[in-house]
Every structure is written in structure tokens, then in C-alpha cells.
Design a protein. Sequence first.
Lengths: 117, 113
Amino acid sequence: AQKITQTQPGMFVQEKEAVTLDCTYDTSDPSYGLFWYKQPSSGEMIFLIYQGSYDQQNATEGRYSLNFQKARKSANLVISASQLGDSAMYFCAMRGSLSGGYNKLIFGAGTRLAVHP
Amino acid sequence: DGGITQSPKYLFRKEGQNVTLSCEQNLNHDAMYWYRQDPGQGLRLIYYSQIVNDFQKGDIAEGYSVSREKKESFPLTVTSAQKNPTAFYLCASSIAGGLDTQYFGPGTRLTVL
């Protein structure tokens, strides 16, 4: 079965510092994708970054980078230079298989990040 | 601006009533999805649709129904058969159903009184 585990219910970070949010996954599929989404208090899920299982390099998008360690089945999100607006819930998700080759997202329980001034 | 809209933002319903949540996208995406989020949890898939007039059950479809008469629209009906409907509902879309990133709407918070 495919599963995403986020072991940190909450994290605190000082403004302008870097923070790492942990994510481990379990799948037997050789091809898969890993996503990180941000959910502010308004509720909308905002796509941050994507990593494919065959990608040779770690994904980066601005201040976000994904520390992908395939052998350890981990896909941690690193946010550099934290800002107050980064305070939100963060969800790690994996592309899971549906019938006909289509995909769904399997989500972890999320990590609540609080950025302090 | 292209995007996904959901309405209403907040919805209150009496027990025993059906209610329909709207989801519209102007991204020209083929695939659309409905997810449910309960407090402190991640999202779970209710229904998905890859093309017009076709849709499939997700992991928690019982008590829900959908239609896909237009590419842009994928409404979700929460029926009286849904035993615990109070939740946050999110609609998503992707270019196609394969490897593409899913983008989400702002969500509808449903409360059953």
C-alpha cells in the first residue's frame, strides 16, 4: 500500500532561518511523484514543488527545495530564509495509481509551521 | 485570470438534506477531482473525472454523487446518506489524469446542523 508519513505535527522557526519539514513515503511502484503543498489558514492548497522518482537532481523552486533521498524513501521540504507568510500547514503528497493509469494524490497528515519574528 | 473557483465558501445544512457544492475551472484541464479534509488530517479522494460524461469513485465515495456534463464544471452533491458530512471540501484539476500536477480551488466548508 502507498503511504505518506509526516512525523512532525508542529514546527517553529525564527524568521530568516531555514527549516526542514520531514516526509517519508512507502510505495512499491518504480515510478512515482512527490509533491509538497502549502495550506494557509484560508484553506486553499497551494502547490509548492514536485520531485519525480527518476529525477537525478533535487527539485528547487525559489526558497523551496526538496531533499530527495530515494534509498531512505524520504522527501523532506527545506524552506530557506523563512518569512512570516510561510506560517501555514504543509502537506507532503505522493502520486498514487488509479485504474486506467490515472493518478490521485495520497496525503500525509501535515505539519503546522509557525514562523516567529 | 485562470483558476478554479468553488462556491459557496461556507455552507450550512440541516440533517437529511442534500446539498450541492460547485466547482468550476477555466484552465482547460481535462481531469477534475473532489477531496475531503477533516480536522488535523490530510485529504482523501471522493470522486474523479478524466473526461466529460465520465467519472469514477475514489476512496470515500459513499454518500456522495457527481456529474461532469461540461469540461469546466464538476459539481459534488453531498446526500443525506453521507453519515458524517461536516468537513472541508476541495476541488482540484489537472491537465490530464496521468503525471500532471493537481491544482486546487479555495474550498467549501460544509457544516451540518
